[in-house]
Every structure is written in C-alpha cells, then in structure tokens.
Design a protein. Sequence first.
Length: 94
Amino acid sequence: MDYMISSVLAAATGGAASNTWAIFGAMIGCGIVIVGAGIGIALIGSRAADAIARQPEAGSRIFTAMIVAAALIEGVTFFALLICFLGLLWLRPV
C-alpha cells in the first residue's frame, strides 16, 4: 500500500524535480492550519469573555461550551497537521 500511495504522489508531483514544490506546499498548508486554529480559539475566548461579562451567572455554562468548542478546533487541527506531515513523509526524497 505504501508503494501505491508513493507512486500516486510521485506521478501527481511530476517526479523528484517538483518534489521540492510539493514539500513547500505542505509546509504552507501546515502554516495555514496553525493560523486558522489560532484565530478560531482566540475568537472563542474573546466572545466567551464578552458573554461572561454580560451574564456572570451563566459563566460556568459558557466556560464549559468554550472548552468543548476549543477542544473540537484543536482536534481538527491535529488531524490536519497529521495529514500534512504524512504527506511530507511520502514526498521526501529517497
């Protein structure tokens, strides 16, 4: 299976010559994933702080919802980074 995926990736990238561009693209993808996750978690935190400031009695429920949403964002982020790094491992020069 590893050979099949490697051959498909090599055919898609045009061989070893454009392998550098594929690695560069994977790194750009990793950067976009990290920036997107950071923005998402920052928005969740700021909106939760605003909501708690408006309704302090609902603070525990808001905090719980904020933690769950942040955990979901981080889970998707780790999955996307795993895909980027697996692509890098298959694209590295042999």
